[in-house]
Design a protein around this ligand. Structure first.
Ligand code: AHG
Ligand code: MN
Ligand code: MN
Length: 334
């Protein structure tokens, strides 16, 4: 403890008794993700200095090769998770295939899926970006590297999930199925400190987040729901406010704290929606539900969808419970 401050690692160990299995392993795994995210944070904070330090694909003044930040973040996570001995297979937005972890000893029993850098179009403009992760137990038999089937589990099987946002401050938020807690990085001591204990999201709220530029191709129910959000009505506090950063993780986090709905519906360009089930929708659905919110594809609960491919996309309606329920009703009736 630093005075009244509780660090991420202290918290993880205190809560270890909540875990169903191999508690030490999962604790180490979560703490490895914390460490990797501190390294990613350091690079993200230098993003504006590329002109001085060198552009991606070039060599910087120190003679090091400069990488794109999402590639860099991916490499950091893979390195952190393959060396710990807890993870047998990974799936990343940046890798077409699963990443097998071959190890000589032990019996690594965890599976991690991640979006190393979400919202990467915001890197150049100093807006918030983040890392999203989802953790499962392996289901394939035997020792050695895990398999694709280990990655294609329903979201309800997640043992932990969360995200890190590199924003006005850096925050790590995660759940192991026993509530949601947030930890803000204190740069002066280099530690994530508990800042948002037991996060609960409002059931009703006044923010809607959607890329309205695509409206022409929204399903009729989504168009009608958005219309509803804009109609003046004193009793329900409408019109609601429209807020859209274009980084899912940052839009989600704001709505988690303030209440709101985030929608990425099917569009002409993206008939199944744009966001990925395994490392965007499922982990944040787990967090949303643990905070008292809801996540749906417009009809069914996100975490009950049986995945068929590593990079599959899914339409997403996520956030305050009553807002998601109403959006579903609009879809069902239009
Ligand atoms: P990524 O940077 O990992 O590829 O994800 C981008 C995603 C997500 O963060 C965001 O919500 C969405 O793209 C924004 O899409 P539009 O620009 O189509 O609104
Ligand atoms: Mn993403
Ligand atoms: Mn990404």
């Amino acid at each position: 403890m630093h005075g009244n401050v509780k660090t991420l690692n202290q918290f993880i160990i205190e809560r270890q008794a909540d875990f169903q299995y191999a508690s030490g392993e999962l604790s180490r795994l979560l703490s490895d993700i914390g460490t990797a995210s501190k390294i990613i944070n350091r690079e993200v904070n230098k993003a504006g200095l590329v002109n001085i330090l060198g552009d991606a694909g070039t060599t910087n003044v120190q003679g090091e090769e400069v990488k794109k930040l999402d590639v860099y973040a991916n490499e950091q996570l893979i390195a952190a998770l393959s060396s710990g001995g807890e993870v047998c297979v990974m799936g990343s937005e940046e890798n077409d295939d699963i990443i097998e972890v071959k190890f000589t000893e032990g019996n690594a029993s965890y599976v991690v899926l991640f979006d190393p850098l979400d919202g990467s179009s915001n890197i150049d403009v100093n807006a918030s970006i983040g890392t999203i992760f989802s953790i499962y137990r392996r289901i394939s038999e035997g020792k050695g590297a895990g398999k694709l089937e280990d990655c294609l589990q329903k979201g309800t099987q997640q043992v932990a999930a969360g995200y890190v946002i590199y924003g006005s401050s850096t925050i790590l938020v995660y759940t192991t199925g026993n509530g949601v807690n947030g930890f803000t990085l204190d740069p002066s001591i280099g530690e994530f400190c508990l800042s948002h204990p037991d996060i609960k999201t409002p059931k009703d709220a006044k923010i809607y987040s959607i890329n309205e530029g695509n409206e022409a191709h929204f399903p009729e129910g989504v168009k009608k729901y958005i219309e509803y959000c804009k109609v003046e009505d004193k009793a329900s506090g409408r019109p609601y406010s429209s807020r859209y950063i274009g980084s899912f993780v940052a839009d989600f986090h704001r709505n988690l704290l303030k209440g709101g709905i985030f929608i990425y519906p099917p569009t002409a360009k993206a008939p199944n929606g744009k966001l990925r089930l395994l490392y965007e929708a499922n982990p944040l659905a787990f967090v949303a539900e643990q905070a008292g919110g809801k996540a749906s594809n417009g009809k069914d609960r996100i975490t009950e969808i049986v995945p068929s491919a590593l990079h599959q996309r899914v339409p997403l309606f996520i956030g305050s419970e009553n807002m998601v329920k109403l959006a579903e009703e609009y879809l069902a009736n239009n």
